[in-house]
Design a protein around this ligand. Structure first.
Ligand code: C5P
Length: 232
């Protein structure tokens, strides 16, 4: 899969997401389904959106003992999504177990990427709450290297970290980056943002864009603008 724009469909129920996706009569966006929608609607929402012809990033961020993650990933592999994820903080062993679980009997599997440190975690909370005393950039790169060593396909990271992740883990290692805003847009609660064009320059493989598209007056136009800046 090449570079793409992933639309974060942060809606609370199936009808809202279908109403939104119905607007896209041309190119069908790559869709991110998060915990809110998945917990509200269950696995059927994944099957419905897949049936409509969209690629899917199922953003459930698994983090548990290796055996539980392995078995859960085996369940997710049957949903035929394109990307799944987990927390790199669950250790290399957990990530290896996840890959095993995700791999179908025929050897195929969805891409598996890791969350390093959440962008809501800052240096202070990492030091005080988690007792991790290293600089956060170093921790993010260490977790990315762990994900690479476990055999994963990439990480979710800030677009500002994407270049460094590629330097450390190689060009083929995927960077999936939220925190994207148009140059003339509202940044909302995101702190460190980049435009789609800047994310392209820095080497992001996928940008995850939510409200700049979902809350736009014309979501299709906003999506097309992202595609034009990031892909074309
Ligand atoms: O609306 P917005 O463009 O900010 O949406 C970004 C999406 O990416 C949301 O679904 C958010 O949960 C997700 N995300 C993020 N930062 C991370 C990881 C995921 O914004 N570090």
């Amino acid at each position: 899969m090449g570079r793409d724009v992933i639309v974060a469909c942060d809606f609370s129920n199936a009808q809202a997401v279908f109403d939104f996706l119905d607007k896209f009569t041309g190119r069908k966006p790559f869709v991110k389904i998060g915990m809110e929608l998945f917990y509200a609607e269950g696995p059927s929402i994944v099957k419905e959106i897949k049936k409509r012809g969209h690629k899917i990033f199922l953003d459930l961020k698994l983090h548990d003992i290796p055996n539980t993650v392995k078995k859960s990933m085996a369940v997710l592999s049957s949903l035929d999504v394109d990307i799944c994820n987990l927390h790199a903080g669950g250790t290399i062993r957990m990530m290896e177990a996840a890959l095993e679980g995700l791999t179908r009997p025929d050897g195929t599997r969805p891409l598996l990427i890791a969350v390093t440190q959440l962008t809501s975690t800052d240096q202070e909370s990492m030091e005080n709450d988690l007792l991790i005393k290293e600089p956060i950039d170093k921790v993010v790169m260490h977790y990315a290297a762990n994900a690479k060593n476990a055999g994963l396909d990439g990480v979710v990271c800030s677009p500002l970290e994407a270049g460094k992740v590629h330097e450390i883990c190689g060009k083929e290692f995927l960077t999936v980056t939220p925190g994207v805003r148009f140059a003339d847009g509202d940044i909302g609660d995101q702190k460190r943002v980049m435009t789609p064009a800047q994310a392209k320059l820095i080497g992001s493989d996928y940008i995850v864009v939510g409200r700049p598209i979902t809350a736009a007056e014309d979501p299709v136009a906003a999506y097309n603008r992202c595609v034009a800046e990031f892909i074309d």
